[in-house]
Design a protein around this ligand. Structure first.
Ligand SMILES: Cc1cc2nc3c(=O)[nH]c(=O)nc-3n(C[C@H](O)[C@H](O)[C@H](O)COP(=O)(O)OP(=O)(O)OC[C@H]3O[C@@H](n4cnc5c(N)ncnc54)[C@H](O)[C@@H]3O)c2cc1C
Length: 440
């Protein structure tokens, strides 16, 4: 019997586990090597921090999936790979043999080599520490966040909102650059304004140069910011094991071909944050990539064992990104444009819940709030379309002033599409008005 070893329970491996639950691979034993029985969904962390979601809303319990897929679980981490002997060494010193191995182990946090960070700061990775971290950052009197990228900014919004609601002192956010500087400058400015309005203290263009037990020293100003909880969210860094195992890597990220197989090692697969593709510029470290790579990984793992054709994954470079900005509002970024408001939060909630529902089935009543809003939204949409269609039929046919239009609307098809067009326009105007969505 052959052996497939899955390392890490990241997004793509969840998909593989789910597929294995439906279609097992004949004559292949599957093992998952993962330190945690819950996988936390990063898209919903901010909502949980703010108190909108419970911990169980945002995490996926892998135990049930493993049982259904008849996959053995080894609760440990991978520390090195021996591609010649086809073994993976675990943290406990065990050597696991494989015929094919797949890595979906995410990334680590950068900047943790600065003295004091590992000792005094909290990082979100590994993510199963989230419940402990949450208590600590929520209860802190003086909370400091380091990192002004998308993740740091989103957490600052969530934590500041929670602090406002619970009568806590404002948090401080430190960033060596402008906020979310990888986006358009006007987005940085707008986000900065929102955060300051919520009460957060910003230290921008200042780098943490020293981390002590109860304060952080900034450069170049040499000012000291006191803390009793420090959250370190400075962006991704590569896992150490690929470079240490001398596998082909780009700055530590496993180099894979478009079949998601490591260059020169077809029995090693890799997906998500921990890889870099040979034929493409570096992809953003975002959950959207392992999600899109997952079906290719599954087909290619099957192809590997069954000798069938390998699928080629072609990455896309633009993707929709929505961050929560507190109080059930969201900021959508797409192709250099930004939209903000409550409707964006609703879209985000829908997308996030849809992802998590793929993997967990919970009691119906727990989702009553969101289903209520979805129902209201759907009913409004349908009513507006119906009323609008009737209106257009009547007006375009009988109103004398609209005789030219009446000619146009004489065909049913024209009426129907024009009707649809006008009603989406009406909805858009209503939404803009009530939801205060802002366009650039
Ligand atoms: C606060 C925050 C918010 C974010 N919001 C978004 C968002 O809204 N949208 C988005 O697209 N992206 C978002 N991201 C980025 C997103 O979290 C990552 O890009 C995504 O989780 C990467 O998925 P992955 O499958 O590669 O790995 P992960 O989801 O990180 O999973 C890796 C798994 O492997 C395990 N593991 C790690 N090392 C080992 C090892 N050596 N051996 C065995 N197992 C191991 C880990 O414990 C973990 O369970 C956010 C990140 C943060 C920090």
């Amino acid at each position: 019997m052959k052996h497939l070893l899955l390392v890490g329970a990241g997004h793509a491996h969840l998909y593989v586990l789910k597929k294995l639950g439906k279609h097992s691979l004949s004559d292949v034993k599957v093992t998952l090597l993962s330190p945690n029985e819950h996988q936390y969904y990063s898209g919903m962390l901010a909502g949980c921090v703010e108190g909108i979601y419970s911990i169980d809303d945002i995490r996926i319990y892998i135990g049930q999936m493993l049982k259904k897929a008849k996959v053995q679980w080894i609760k440990d981490v991978a520390v090195s790979i021996d591609p010649e002997n086809k073994t993976v060494q675990t943290g406990n010193g065990e050597f696991l043999p494989y015929d094919a191995v797949s890595f979906d182990i995410g990334s680590l946090t950068s900047g943790t080599d600065l003295p004091g960070v590992l000792e005094y700061a909290e990082t979100l990775k590994p993510n199963y520490r989230f419940p402990v971290l949450l208590e600590k950052v929520r209860n802190a009197e003086e909370l400091v966040i380091v990192g002004g990228g998308v993740a740091g900014t989103e957490l600052a919004f969530a934590l500041q909102t929670w602090r406002n609601q619970n009568g806590k002192k404002p948090l401080s956010l430190i960033s060596s650059s402008n906020l979310m500087e990888k986006g358009a400058p006007y987005v940085s400015e707008r986000v900065k304004r929102f955060l300051v309005k919520k009460g957060a203290k910003l230290y921008l263009f200042q780098r943490a140069s020293e981390v002590n037990r109860d304060n952080i020293v900034l450069s170049p100003t040499d000012s000291k910011v006191p803390f009793d909880a420090l959250l370190w969210v400075t962006g991704p860094s590569p896992p150490k094991l690929f470079a240490e195992s001398s596998l082909p890597n780009a700055n530590g990220y496993l180099l894979v071909e478009d079949t998601l197989q490591a260059s020169g090692y077809p029995s090693i697969f890799g997906v998500g944050d921990c890889i870099q593709m040979t034929e493409s510029p570096p992809l953003a470290k975002a959950g959207v990539y392992p999600v899109r790579q997952a079906p290719y990984l599954w087909k290619n793992i099957k192809g590997f064992f069954q000798g069938s054709r390998m699928r080629r994954y072609k990455p896309h470079f633009s993707f929709l990104s929505i961050l929560a900005t507190g109080n059930r509002e969201g900021l959508m970024l797409y192709l250099g444009r930004a939209f903000h408001g409550r409707l964006i939060w609703l879209i985000k909630t829908f997308m996030d819940r849809r992802f998590i529902w793929l993997y967990i089935r919970r009691k119906r009543e727990e989702h009553q709030v969101s289903s209520k809003w979805l129902t209201i939204f759907a009913c409004t949409l349908i009513t507006t379309i119906l009323v609008g269609l009737i209106f257009l039929f009547v007006v375009s046919t009988y109103h004398p002033v609209m005789s030219t239009m009446a000619t146009f609307f004489s065909s049913f098809i024209n009426r129907f599409f024009a009707g649809l067009f006008f009603f989406f326009l009406i909805i858009l105007i209503l939404v803009l008005f009530f939801e205060r969505i802002s366009f650039k």
